[in-house]
Design a protein around this ligand. Structure first.
Ligand SMILES: NC(=O)c1ccc[n+]([C@@H]2O[C@H](COP(=O)([O-])OP(=O)(O)OC[C@H]3O[C@@H](n4cnc5c(N)ncnc54)[C@H](O)[C@@H]3O)[C@@H](O)[C@H]2O)c1
Ligand SMILES: [Zn+2]
Length: 370
């Protein structure tokens, strides 16, 4: 006899969440958490730099409004985004008595957000968490959308989950302490979002490029808002990246491989910038992108002080293994998101290897990092 049943998820609770972008918001975060009256304890997860610059202050403010909070931190840097750190955090949380109604707060850049979010997704089969991104990259990109995860020695972000935050609190003021190099990294993701999805936003960036700085809070709030709104719109229509959300991987297929081949001495944003330029060369070669649009893209990246030429790839084997084991590609043939014009992306383009090799040759005699 045939047996059938339906597992119905339509009635699941609303998982919508607020994304607040406001200069000075950090001071209001404890009150906003307290107002929910939902969490019996807060675990603040951060890295060694952000702990010193912003973490201890936030912890004090949580105490001030009567919230029971514990701060956990790990060594700053991409090298910490691994299973060992996850296990260490899980052990500390379990020993500290974490419960299903505890709240995790991810305070930091993309590394903290991805790691803490992954811990939140897995510990006790999932607890709520809030993103408080403190790098421009995390504010415009990684804190929104619920992609969380860690790196594996076989590739970046290969272990992960979708776990949406309960809220995202973005305060552009915290960027004042960010090193200029990290600020530039975030601009690479801003250019990516604009180039992939919104011609008008791209034009706005070209117009304002010279004025954009980490201390111009109002302009930053504007840029962050536009980037986040675009990303949120994409995530709403395609939460699990089966279609449109893939557009946000523009520049990332080559970018991730370059990042891995450099042994992660290349920062994510730098790698994305080089990836955006190299993938645009592929798009031009294939005939879907006009040379003038390629020049605009490279021009804007350079205005922001970002690298656009491919550095010598010391570890080619690692580069190609990262490229083909990239979880975004099917079988061994890498698929790309390519630009079809400023603000328009073509998803899932199959690119033959000779075209990839060719796109890497450009400028390979120039050293662009360290
Ligand atoms: N989940 C996603 O959707 C998504 C999207 C894009 C990128 N990412 C991930 O994000 C990571 C990169 O994020 P990142 O560039 O923010 O790196 P990061 O978290 O390592 O931060 C960069 C550096 O800035 C420091 N820092 C953070 N905030 C600071 C502040 N306000 N003042 C001074 N220093 C500060 C950090 O300690 C660190 O040394 C990568 O692992 C990438 O894979 C994830
Ligand atoms: Zn990225």
């Amino acid at each position: 006899m045939k047996r059938e049943l339906t597992l119905n998820l339509n009635q699941q609770t609303d998982r919508s969440y607020r994304i607040d972008i406001r200069p000075g918001l950090m001071e209001r975060v404890p009150a906003l958490i307290a107002q929910t009256r939902r969490y019996e304890r807060v675990y603040l997860i951060t890295d060694s730099n952000v702990e010193r610059l912003h973490g201890r202050k936030l912890l004090r403010r949580l105490f001030d409004v009567g919230i029971e909070a514990i701060l956990l931190s790990f060594l700053a840097g991409e090298a910490s985004k691994n299973p060992a750190t996850v296990l260490a955090l899980q052990t500390q949380l379990l020993k500290a008595g974490i419960r299903r109604n505890s709240l995790l707060v991810a305070l930091g850049g993309g590394v903290v957000g991805d790691l803490a979010g992954f811990v939140a997704a897995t510990i006790l089969r999932g607890v709520a968490y809030i993103q408080i991104p403190t790098t421009l990259l995390a504010q415009v990109d990684s804190s929104v959308g619920g992609k969380v995860g860690i790196d594996h020695r076989l590739g970046k972000n290969l272990i992960g989950a979708f776990h949406q935050p309960a809220a995202v609190f973005i305060d552009p003021n915290v960027l004042a302490t960010l090193p200029q190099k990290e600020f530039r990294n975030g601009l690479a993701e801003v250019v990516k979002i604009a180039a992939a999805l919104d011609r008008k936003f791209f034009e706005f960036l070209e117009w304002k490029a010279a004025r954009i700085s980490k201390t111009d809070q109002n302009l930053l709030a504007d840029i962050i808002f536009r980037a986040v709104a675009l990303k949120a719109g994409v995530v709403e229509t395609d939460e699990h990246e089966s279609g449109l959300r893939k557009a946000l991987n523009l520049g990332h297929t080559l970018g991730h491989a370059l990042e891995a081949a450099s042994g992660f001495t290349l920062k994510h944003g730098e790698a994305v910038s080089i990836g955006l330029a190299a993938e645009a060369r592929i798009a031009m070669r294939i005939g879907c992108l006009k040379e003038k649009d390629y020049k605009r893209l490279v021009g804007l990246l350079r205005l922001f002080g970002l690298p656009t030429t491919v550095p010598p790839i010391r570890n080619k084997a690692r580069f190609f293994s990262a490229l083909t084991s990239d979880k975004k590609s099917e079988k061994d043939n890498p698929r790309f998101v390519l630009l079809g014009g400023i603000g328009r992306s073509l998803i899932g383009v199959n690119v033959p290897f000779p075209f990839i090799e060719e796109s890497l040759q450009h400028g390979s005699t120039q050293r662009v990092w360290r």
